[in-house]
Write a protein that binds this ligand. Sequence first.
Ligand SMILES: *Cc1c(COP(=O)(O)O)cnc(C)c1O
Length: 549
Amino acid sequence: MSDSSKHARASMANLYRIFTIPEAPDSVLRKIDEGISENMIGFLQKHIVAEETDLVKIEKDFSSTLIPEEPKFVSEQTEFLMEKVVAQSVHTSSPSFIGHMTSALPYFMIPLSKIMIALNQNLVKTETSKVFTPLERQVLGMLHRLIYDQNEGFYERWLHDSHQHLGAFCSGGTVANITALWAARNKAFGPEGEFGGIAKEGVFSAYRHYGCEGAAILVSQRGHYSLSKSADLLGIGREQVIAIDTDQNNKIKLDSLRNKLVELKTRNIRPFALIGIAGTTETGNIDPLDALADIAESEGIHFHVDGAWGGPAVFSNTHRHMLKGIERADSVTIDAHKQLYVPMGVGLVLFRDPDTLTSIEHHAQYIIRRDSKDLGSNTLEGSRPGMAMLVHSALNIIGRGGYELLINQGIEKAQRFAEMICESEDFELVTEPELNILTYRWVPASVQKLFKNGTFQDQVNANEVLNKITRFIQKTQREHGLAFVSRTQLNPPLHNHQSITVFRVVLANPLTTVEVLRSVLDEQRQISNDSLLEKRIGELDDLVAHSYV
Ligand SMILES: *Cc1c(COP(=O)(O)O)cnc(C)c1O
């Protein structure tokens, strides 16, 4: 090996080289770099192996716990990466991998990410971020304006204010939700008279001071699990995330919510946050946000919208109306690494009132000093990367109009796919798409008839068998490696609230075509003929035959 990727041997000179000398043109790393830069999709297509994901087998390549004593050549390590890591990773940007929320990336994210990593800024304080601080705040302002549409003067006043914040960047939707609920909790149990506030004195003193037995967060049954993590962390308790019933469209039932509010009052539990979901993770439905805003307002509780998935629908002039009421939310979560098409690791939360985040403010002497513009004083995380640069670039390059197209085509494609499913006599659409997510399953025509005419017990039995078949088809398709849909469990009214296993499809990749969707169904149909399913199909046939007797 003659290239400069040779840095093996632990010497000071070699250490110096790995911090300074770029790779020689013939190095493995350079070739990979060029391959990704020239044709990212082609590169991934070529090097990610589409075959069975046997994690137990893969674990064998990652079983040593010894840190090598002697250094390796960079090229040696790179070869290992290509063979064992790249090859055995998941092709998240494949147009036929339509079961996850991890988005495909526009090509420019690759070189821009390199710039971001080369700069290695730290947003915790301005001393290590300089321009990145106003840049991040501008992005927060842009998205704040998209949602809340305040006047020019408002943004002139608050965008770069050192005490107030239009929102916060973080690593994803989970931390965004935690941040929103943290602020809501501190606001609801804030300082009052002698009482120093929940942030200072803790949950027990807060409940005592406010004369309540507990606190609660209200959200529909479809709430994301990050909310119960938040309740756990905030000392509220997971069971105090109150799951409200949903209607046949997976939207929160307002009368159940009102009843629950009354019940909480009689139990002396204080609800401090009401959450509306804009795009449920499993089915992509949107709660009636405007009505929730009314209820939150009349009850005087913080109204948070979890728009981690569906928030970006506000980009679309065609579909924005579905999120009506979002502009009344006290806070809104958006995951940039989902429908803003930015690499993994960035989410954000926006606050309508720029004063809300001051309720979580923390200061230290050597860092994030009072009166500084250090963002670390108002974020859960400390050191943070300059991901805002990528969001900033995406917003500028793709533009409002570009995002509108992305949102619209996803929704249209989901509707088209739903039609395809309804037109096929051996598939059943379980939840219709409102945004770009839908669920369905394979159900032979004869069994569909049984669901219409059979007894309740017939249906229960059929669903039990179908659940196993659905799991088998989903797993087998994933193992074949050509396409991927995810699966989840729902209790739809369509099936008398029985628990059924369904395929879940998320259509956010603009490269996914109708042909791809057709081939996903074709493959699933083919798998249903697998000899390993013979026994199950026999059970279904028996049920059908029996029900006609
Ligand atoms: C994805 C998602 C989250 C969590 O976001 P992460 O980025 O995975 O932490 C929260 N809420 C909803 C509705 C989501 O879809």
